[in-house]
Design a protein around this ligand. Structure first.
Ligand SMILES: Cc1cc2nc3c(=O)[nH]c(=O)nc-3n(C[C@H](O)[C@H](O)[C@H](O)COP(=O)(O)OP(=O)(O)OC[C@H]3O[C@@H](n4cnc5c(N)ncnc54)[C@H](O)[C@@H]3O)c2cc1C
Length: 406
């Protein structure tokens, strides 16, 4: 099923409202994965998104590490493998020198393809309604949804997976508390060498050189369209360097990261430069009858920390394989049931880890007091020494670490 085929066009007001077990509002990654997991388990699910196909918007573009285990556990790993570019070796450099090499399976792909893959795993194409949810009224029994087309739906449980769009939640009295406005700035674009030759690396991470620049790192990894670049910064979004990065990307990149030059050669940007300013925020007033928030709708993440997908996967796994199936077995959908999800240990740990990493990456990048300066030097020194020892005596450090843990 492709994203194009998987949609039900908006329908006019039909009078009687359709009743389902779970109505999921928002078909980004969180909502689409949740719909697929619940529908595969036999629940009557409706996924509503205002767009038939997720647009070409910059969000997460690489999946790797522990995220892959979760994709596997939830049954999406083959879908991911079928649409993404694999890579398993990342050169990590700073000031033009090798820090270390990360080895491990990872995949690069546009976010729109990731969402299309997740939507494509929903067993029944008609579960997706392309429409905008304009109002929700919740109770401890049946929830009612109004759609822009005039259509109405009823559900036992509403899952709000509306990402950073807060309007619907706001109508329910759910507010966003901003923890850090303009916390980070991210740029996404694709590059190629001017001579058409491939780059000499599979994937590369280049860390910032000076705290004043506010560059955390540039991540280069393969996608089908070429070599994708994600640049993550902690710097005033109004600083003129942001405009330079949009208008004269190649030269500005080399000015900020001069050590990159020998690795990139004569390169150019091959598509639109997208950029994004991220506020860190978390919702308040969310514990309500009949409705539960997941993914970015609950808490936003720092893109540099790379924790957004880990968080939303924990949300989907806990809600859709543990709580929602259990809640649906008995009558009612009051706060007492909903609070079980928000009190889940794994969920709380993932949310807290995401905020902790957001603050850590910012401090490691841009704090210039002595304490953080020493910490930064030690951070890279430790990595580069570990790498050298690993090269001289492969596997020895891993053995020492496991002996110490035993
Ligand atoms: C620039 C950037 C880079 C990032 N990089 C990384 C990274 O490297 N690693 C990582 O782990 N995370 C990263 N993230 C975070 C990650 O992309 C997000 O956590 C994730 O995409 C959130 O998915 P979601 O489904 O919660 O929200 P979204 O993908 O935003 O989906 C929300 C959906 O809700 C729909 N919607 C909203 N309101 C309504 C309505 N009223 N009716 C119907 N539909 C509605 C929208 O159309 C949309 O499809 C990055 C984020 C950004 C912005």
């Amino acid at each position: 099923m492709t994203a194009d085929q998987s949609v039900t066009e908006p329908v006019a007001a039909t009078g009687a409202a359709t009743m389902v077990d779970v109505a999921i509002v928002g078909g980004g990654l969180a909502g689409s994965l949740a719909a697929a997991v619940l529908a595969r388990a036999g629940h009557r699910v409706t996924l509503i998104d205002k767009r038939a196909v997720y647009p070409d918007e910059f969000r997460v573009e690489k999946i790797g590490g522990p995220q892959l285990e979760m994709f596997r556990k939830l049954g999406f790993i083959r879908g991911l493998e079928s649409v993404a570019c694999p890579y398993d070796r990342v050169l990590n450099i700073r000031e033009g020198k090798l820090v270390d090499v990360s080895v491990g399976q990872a995949y690069g792909l546009p976010y729109a393809d990731l969402v299309a893959m997740a939507r494509g795993q929903i067993p029944d194409a008609s579960s997706l309604i392309v429409d905008e949810v304009t109002a929700i009224s919740c109770s401890d029994d049946v929830q009612q949804l109004e759609l822009a087309s005039g259509r109405r739906l009823k559900a036992r449980l509403v899952v709000l997976a509306t990402g950073m769009a807060g309007a619907l939640g706001y109508k329910l009295g759910i507010k966003r508390r901003v923890l850090a406005a303009g916390h980070s700035v991210s740029f996404g674009f694709t590059i190629a060498r001017r001579d058409g030759a491939p780059f000499d690396f599979n994937a590369l991470t280049c860390y910032g050189e000076r705290t004043a620049d506010g560059v955390d790192y540039l991540s280069l990894f393969p996608v089908q369209a070429g070599m994708r670049a994600n640049l993550f910064m902690f710097r005033d979004p109004a600083d003129p360097v942001m405009r330079d990065l949009r208008r004269d990307t190649e030269a500005t990149l080399l000015r900020l990261l001069p050590g990159l030059r020998p690795y990139l050669g004569d390169f150019h940007v091959t598509d639109r430069v997208q950029n994004w300013v991220m506020d860190l925020s978390v919702v308040e007033g969310h514990l309500q009858d009949g409705v539960v928030l997941i993914g970015d709708a609950f808490q936003t993440n720092c893109p540099a920390a790379g924790t957004g997908v880990a968080r939303l996967l924990v949300d989907v796994e806990r809600l859709c394989t543990e709580y929602a199936p259990r809640w649906l077995m008995t009558e009612g959908m009051g706060k007492a049931k909903i609070s079980e999800f928000y009190s889940d240990r794994d969920k709380i740990a993932a949310d807290q880890q995401s905020l902790k990493m957001a603050h850590f990456r910012q401090a490691l990048t841009s704090r210039n007091d002595i304490g953080w300066d020493v910490r930064r030097r030690l951070h890279f020194l430790r990595r580069s020494l570990t790498h050298r020892v690993d090269q001289m005596r492969p596997g020895w450090l891993a053995q020492v670490r496991s002996a110490l843990r035993a």
